[in-house]
Design a binder for this molecule. Sequence first.
Ligand code: ZN
Ligand code: ZN
Ligand code: FE
Length: 764
Amino acid sequence: MDAISRHIHINGIVQGVGFRPFIFNLALEHQLAGWVCNSASGVDIEVTGAASDLTAFIKAIPVQAPPLAQIDSLEDHAITLQFFEGFKIVPSQDQATDFIPVSPDVAICDQCREELFDPADRRYRYPFINCTNCGPRFTIIKEIPYDRPKTTMAGFEMCPNCRAEYENPRDRRFHAQPVACPVCGPQVWLEDAQGRHLADREDAIQAARKRLAEGKILAIKGLGGFHLACDAGNPAAVAALRERKHRPDKPFALMAFDLPIIRSYVRAGEPAEALLRSPQAPIVLLPKVENAALAPNIAPGQSRLGFMLPYTPLHLLLLEPEPGYPEVFVMTSGNRSEEPILHTNEAAREKLAGIADAFLMHDRPIDQRVDDSVVALFQDHAYPVRRARGYAPNPIRLHRQVPQVLAVGPQMKNTICLTREKYAFLSHYIGEMENWETLQDFKAAIAHYQSLFRIRPEGIAHDLHPDYLSTQYALEQAESESLPLIGVQHHHAHLAAVAVENGLPPEEQVAGLIFDGTGYGPDGTIWGGEVLIGSCASFTRAYHLQPLPLPGGEAAIRKPARMALSLLWALGVPWEADLAPVQALSQIERAALSHQLAQGINTPQTSSMGRLFDAVSALLGMRQEVTYEGQAAIELEALADPGEVGYYSWQIEGEEIRIAPMVTEILSNIREGLTPATLSARFHNTLARISLDLAERVRRETGIEKIALSGGVWQNLRLLETTTDLLRKHGFQPLTHQQTPPNDGCVAFGQAMIAAYRLSPHKE
Ligand code: ZN
Ligand code: ZN
Ligand code: FE
């Protein structure tokens, strides 16, 4: 039997996921000699053995790969015959320009969970237990290749027991970089709001539980940053947290020990439970059950609650069920209002001092702050709302090679995106670019992703809005590095994002129904209710919502009542005293508003669909003032009668969607005493019908049947379901978001796709 040798190169997520021990054991199984090693561009293997064994070995790699591995390519070629002694795992090799995707953080696996609660295990109740299949990754990786000295675990020297596991290819912890135990690894402690040390280790965890049971607010250091936690069954504790965080209404996320507990508060079902249990362990938004025994102020005005399962051993220990202790925690981001989530002990002590009663700290540094991810469930699949922990920095895979570009994203819900080869590295959620802290975080994220994936952009894409901090950064950077700038219209970016992530080629034309809050239009007005026809190459604006005045800009966004009166004014409908938004504003405010509208003072025009939702919510008497973005629309959706099928009239004249008929009918419905639930449902149904009407017009004019749905308004599942049903029934193919959120979290990705296409030398 003749021996042959082959070299194999594998690309994808193959580091930090148990890939080398898997190869080691597979090679032994097939009687092969040789070696495997991590390089900065993936995993390299050389093997010698019988041809049939080699073939079987290569075939088995993608089939039997470990659960967290993601193979993007496997190339192999013959090499001259090599004589190896046994099979070895050899040290990492690095070449300065090579790169591979980095694994996101992974929720605790079942085996580690069993060890955590096994009194015989040497890691019994150790809050940092992890293995090759689970634990921190992106949040602790400073540089590649992924090796312990390049992580925040560098300062912890392994004890002999941990080292033996780390070096044994047959062990589950072989080369698990964050491997640790109570003897050698990180520890927790509790301190009070003045920084005084209260307790260590298990005592600290028990003392923290006790405080939570007493209604106290705790800052808890986790995987990607701090949480603020309290007992979700205690309305006074929740109210105190709202008061101290200056967050009157915005819903809080929840965490419970296991699925049976979660089932008593929300309607989950198999697909939702699979998501909750997934290695990404996101917050899943689910319909709440009637009379759930939780504080009513957790998610006021909402029909859904956001639940997640404990994704670290520390969370499991904190939530372990015991009579007299809370079974559900509020777990909200540890930050001050719109600032980034805090991730260092020092910053948390300083900034959460007035909020938390005590701090549960640990000494494993967090290199990258990452928020919890949020997903909804649409047609049994994850529908992203906030893409962060567990998902980032996993790239979006592209069908074509692209040039290296940087896209800096929009102002709100900012993310950045860097491209290379067939990857788009869309960053974790960075946040609202409205303060110094977030801007610093944004700059740090760009630097980190560029160095991690070794990307040198050939161009920079930005939003057309001249005042966005991200736009200003792009202008400065392009100037200092002499790079081309690609300005991308906000809603064009939305369209490109959803089209490309659905696998469409960059030049394929689609119709985008882009229903959004705010986006700068090339005509200087604020867009947001748009039908765009285009591809990554270009777009045209085919239809749009009739523009309405936005009196006072931000003031109109904060007060839907102003938007409702503006709508009535624009349609020539008098401000009758029986209408809720008329009653909500004082005589003086109405007089000022009327003057402002008549004179056009600080009153930009907007075709925003988000503002139409605000106006309708105010007309229905539901919400005259908001305390967080999207509140009026979310509450309007929550209210809609699921069984109602009625809808209102509209007109399309030229490019404009005219809503006067709908508003007239809404007003008479209000005066007939129909319930807000009926009116809200009819309003939703009308928008779905308008969507179908627009799609039919586009098909008649262009033959296009692919309808891309993007923009923050499409987080509205009632609207999304009704619209996609109607579109499908009429032969259209709706394209909805799968990997990126419909809100502005997708904009950087869309910008990157448009810029990459413009800079691409091989346009087809
Ligand atoms: Zn594990
Ligand atoms: Zn140890
Ligand atoms: Fe947007």
